[in-house]
Design a protein around this ligand. Structure first.
Ligand code: PLP
Length: 384
């Protein structure tokens, strides 16, 4: 058959035999549809369309699941899309969702908004006792292993036992700790959530989320919802996220090492009022942090300055290396003023309950030379 240039341009590459290629890194399968019949299956389903599954996305899911000691992993287009897919499931099943007031601001806001379309929500204070008291039989408990912005480490063992007793599902957003420092399943967690955008992506250039779990029924329910809501991760993001996983351990340990040095430096600084970091002996939850976190205490530090809200906001412009920017967990050191950014939607009452003050700053310690980060902090603080 003689074929035209238009057809050749589209199909000629198919003459190349690719079957003996053994790539060293997982290729990016950017193709969205797949030809059938094929034997290739993901979670028992034949590969056909990338809103359901994709080989590169699956390679990332499989690898992350291994790190999290889980059988199954599902990747999403952002941390919030994994959370919104889970909340949709909670709503469809009529489950009572217990949510902590110190969860990530958008998680809390989403739960509150979904109440108007039927999600049953129970809000708790950020302490084990209140969380345990709010658990409903067969409900869902959603918490973060290290909270934002005050970096409290919850005793997951206590909460895990209480969830088991009530047959409730324990969901842990482990974004701040990453699977390097903590595996929530060791303490009874049924579902682990991530914003991949942070430590796992690691380079401030990929947006993504993930859900890790062991229960097959839940897996199938989430797979169906992810397909219907269209919340799956893009193949290119999965490619970057998989690359991020390769250096995750090295990076998280170094972020943690740098952060501990900086936290100790800030604790002694005359312009600093209080430092919130789980790895400081002065932290009221230091013992719990030592029990749960292995190899380090994470790369994020919050601290209050000796000054006003305006002083804290103005300080953001006085850094040379540290950038005022909302994310965390990447190679670049970033700083925010929570009250005017991540937590601006919280009511006056919630801020008071949580203890988020106007002079509080949250620093994500990057992988720059630690002496340079310290010098940058010191010269900015000395202007106060
Ligand atoms: N969970 C936590 C703990 C977060 O800090 C964030 C974002 O900062 C999210 C979830 C949402 O992630 P994403 O920005 O990837 O949607």
């Amino acid at each position: 058959m003689v074929i035209g240039k238009g057809t050749k341009a589209i199909h000629a590459w198919r003459d190349i035999d690719l079957s003996s290629i053994k790539p060293i890194t997982m290729p990016l399968y950017s193709s969205i549809p797949y030809e059938f019949p094929t034997e290739y299956r993901v979670y028992g389903k034949v590969l056909k369309y990338s809103r359901e599954e994709n080989p590169t996305v699956y390679a990332f899911e499989y690898t992350l699941a291994q790190l999290e000691k889980c059988r199954y992993g599902l990747a999403f287009s952002s941390g919030m899309s994994s959370i919104s897919t889970l909340f949709t499931l909670a709503s469809l099943k009529g489950k009572v969702l217990v949510i902590c007031k110190e969860d990530y601001g958008s998680t809390l806001t989403l739960a509150r908004k979904l109440k108007s379309i039927g999600l049953r929500v129970n809000e708790t204070l950020p302490n084990e006792e209140d969380i345990v008291n709010h658990i409903e039989n067969e409900g869902i408990v959603f918490l973060e292993s290290i909270t934002n912005p005050l970096l409290k480490v919850f005793d997951l063992e206590v909460i895990g036992k209480a969830c088991k007793e009530s047959n409730a599902l324990m969901v842990v957003d482990n974004t701040f700790a990453s699977p390097v420092l903590l595996n929530p399943v060791d303490y009874g967690s049924d579902i682990v959530i991530y914003s991949i955008t942070k430590y796992i992506g690691g380079y401030n250039d990929v947006l993504g989320g993930a859900i890790l779990l062991n229960d097959e029924l839940l897996l199938n329910e989430l797979l169906e919802l992810r397909k219907l809501l269209g919340t799956i991760m893009s193949p290119y993001s999965a490619y970057l996220a998989l690359r991020g996983l390769k250096t995750l351990k090295v990076r998280v340990l170094k972020h943690s090492e740098n952060a501990k040095i900086i936290a100790e430096f800030l604790e002694d600084h005359p312009k600093v009022e209080e430092v919130y970091y789980p790895g400081l002996k002065s932290n009221p939850r230091y013992e719990i942090a030592c029990k749960l976190l292995k190899g380090g205490f994470g790369g994020v530090i919050s601290f209050t300055i000796k000054g006003t809200t305006n002083d804290a906001i103005n300080l953001l412009r006085r850094f040379k290396i540290i950038k005022p920017s909302p994310s965390f967990g990447g190679t670049e050191s970033l700083i925010i003023h929570p009250l005017s950014s991540s937590h601006k939607d919280l009511s006056e009452e919630d801020r008071r309950i949580l203890g988020i003050k106007g002079n509080l700053l949250r620093l994500s310690v990057g992988l720059e030379d630690v002496e340079d980060i310290m010098e940058d902090l010191n010269s900015a603080l000395s202007t106060l």
